[in-house]
Design a protein around this ligand. Structure first.
Ligand SMILES: Nc1ncnc2c1ncn2[C@@H]1O[C@H](COP(=O)(O)OP(=O)(O)O)[C@@H](O)[C@H]1O
Ligand SMILES: [Mg+2]
Length: 293
């Protein structure tokens, strides 16, 4: 039950989603840039919205944040303004025509997160003061194993790793999975093979990666499916219209829905309970990551 305050404002301190369950955090990442993280994050978010879920996408790609470009929106404020100018989170979040919300980060804000714990505390408070009822938060992270990326990954309930058939994207993705699994072996990691020519190619990439994870990390990863290379996707990005809206019957849209089903069906660990995104990042600051890298 969500308590009602005297003023009529709904208080939602536990950040229950619109379905009354606590908000689930899904991080989308990769070893290498340009593999389709933002494309997957935005289309996944829209698919969840089409299932009547309330979704926030956090654009946390340090250098190439471009969620706004894919949706054709203009961002003026970022979470740096919450920290530096005391602007409330609700005034930074953008409501889009696609009915998903966007929280833009910026290199400046992510640098702050990395360097100062007080910044994280401020953001954690801002999140608690902000009575959201998101069912899902999708974080579009940067590529690789920078500390900010890892803090978000290790604070997520589930992680989606995107690879392509390019060998560099595979070795770099393994490096990310290695760090994540050495800190938390049980966190569900879904591997999605993007820009493949046939779905079989994606299956093989997954099987190879899972074998390595099994052999060297004594763990396993889950298959998020394959997304075929399709010029329609690049055109959708240029048109600033997510393909799941304009091409709902395409193979790529089916792949996004399949990935979503797999993620939703997987059980979630209760590592962080109802802690919000930034409270989780604060927790992770206590983990000595140096020896894993
Ligand atoms: N399956 C695909 N087929 C064709 N082009 C794709 C596919 N997935 C992504 N792209 C294109 O690749 C580029 C990089 O995608 P993006 O989502 O921005 O990657 P990232 O966020 O990992 O840097 C974009 O121009 C996008 O349109
Ligand atoms: Mg991106």
């Amino acid at each position: 039950m969500i308590p009602k305050l005297k003023s009529g404002v709904i208080s939602n301190p536990e950040h229950k989603g619109s379905n009354g369950r606590s908000c689930e955090i899904i991080a989308i990442t990769s070893g290498k840039g340009g593999v389709g993280k933002t494309t997957v994050s935005v289309n996944l978010a829209i698919d969840l919205q089409q299932m009547n879920k309330k979704v926030l996408v956090v654009d946390a790609d340090l250098h190439l944040g471009n969620v706004d470009l894919i949706l054709g929106i203009r961002t003026t404020r970022t979470i740096a303004d919450v920290v530096k100018k005391n602007i409330s989170l609700k005034d930074v979040i953008i409501h889009t025509n696609a009915k998903i919300d966007i929280l833009p980060a910026s290199s400046a804000s992510l640098d702050l997160i990395e360097s100062e714990l007080s910044v994280l505390h401020k953001l954690a408070h801002a999140f608690n003061d902000f009575n959201h009822n998101y069912d899902y938060i999708i974080i579009d992270t940067g590529a690789g194993i920078a500390m900010t990326v890892l803090s978000f990954l290790l604070g997520a309930d589930k992680i989606g790793v995107i690879i392509t058939p390019d060998p560099a994207s595979i070795t770099d993705a393994y490096a990310v999975i290695k760090v994540v699994k050495s800190v938390n072996k049980n966190i569900p990691v879904f591997l999605t093979s993007n820009m493949v020519n046939h779905s079989d190619e994606g299956d093989i990439l997954y099987k190879k990666m899972n074998l390595m994870v099994h052999k060297f990390l004594d763990s396993f990863i889950l298959f998020g499916g394959s997304i075929i290379r399709d010029e329609m996707i690049a055109r959708s990005v240029k048109k600033q219209r997510p393909f799941i809206l304009d091409h709902p019957n395409s193979s790529a849209a089916n792949s996004i829905r399949a990935l979503n089903r797999r993620i939703l069906q997987s059980s979630r660990l209760n590592t962080f309970g109802n802690k919000n995104l930034f409270e989780r990042v604060i927790e992770n600051k206590k983990i000595p990551l140096g020896w894993n890298l």
